[in-house]
Design a protein around this ligand. Sequence first.
Ligand code: SF4
Length: 425
Amino acid sequence: MRRQIGRPQDCVPVASAKSIAYKVSWVGMYQASSSSLQQHMPAVAEIAERALAGERLQASEAQALIESSGEELSLVMEAAGALRDRAKGRRVTYSRKLFLPITNLCRDRCTYCTFRKDPHDPGAWTMAPEEIADWSARGRALGCKEALMCLGDRPERAFAEYRKTLAGLGAASTAEYVAIACRIALDHGLLPHTNAGVLSGSEMAMLRPLNASMGLMLENVSPRLRLRGGPHRWAPDKEPAARLGMIDAAGALRIPFTTGILLGIGETPAERAQSLVAIRELHERHGHIQEVIIQNFRAKPDIPMAGAPEPDAYDMARAIATARLVLGGSMNVQAPPNLSPGEIELFLRSGLNDFGGISPLTPDYVNPEAPWPHIERLAERCTRAGFELAERLAVYPEYINNQWLDPALAPEVKRLQAELGGGKT
Ligand code: SF4
């Protein structure tokens, strides 16, 4: 029987600035509350306790966590927060970024997407090199350090006119044009992070010396979402096997990698749990997953999924907490603050330690209705909740070494690290 999904009980202690003083006893508090709760809910309490002790959870156990509600959810969130505190302390991070939508043409048609365009659609846009240079200069002037190259998937396979555009730009493929864009961004002092959809191993190898890190949302491992009526019916690049294969290949190439799951596209709680476990298995193989994003579907009027329900705040909280408990204390767990602006404190309580890229200049082209938070306001909210907000680069500190970064990027990374200083906002 499916568990009733609900908000957590108010019994979870809400962190405040004062509560930092007792953060050292946070785990003790968890253990005390866990023993009383265990009398009523042994399964979830025991699973959370074992995860907190560093044990590796099975997919069925992750499912129990991600379906928790009421007191159980309080317990899961508390354990996730304790695990985060123990491994990362109370420092949460973000990357000051410039969002460059290199092309919004895409061969796929996900039913929740407003980003993609066909070549003759109003708003179809492939950025010219001069535009990339202009935006890069403006972003750098505003302190941006990351250039997010975010674009549609393999449009050259679908549109002859776009292939001509690429040829005019001196590129035989979208990946080659992204390489040109990365060089422009690097010339302007920005560290590229490319998310160009599914790339081949040779394309990633070409882009590796030009990118501090790369990314691809796994979204979900369920092949069911590609069936008739599913959100990925007309999106061949959303085939889970292709996405798992690319993430695996990125690990073999030693590319620091960002991935994550998308909530609210028709997946079940079990499929959410299985997706988190699949990400953990890829990370166990290569050690390359630098962060895992928990992203919520946002309904928009002009998409086929306009009437689909959005995940609520507690769906997000239970997914963030489950991600923390499945992936462990050392993983960076992120949720985009612009997609849940009222839930910053709830997410911090659930074990999150990163807010991803935030731009002082460019909109979130994928969710243009959702403005980025003002960084100073976000920092104030973090402080009130008992956390410190700090800026990071597009590559996390644990990956800044010869094993993971191409030597060609080292001077630029070093310079930007120095610019970060203490990493304060
Ligand atoms: S979500 Fe990505 S892959 Fe899907 S249609 Fe939009 S741009 Fe293309």
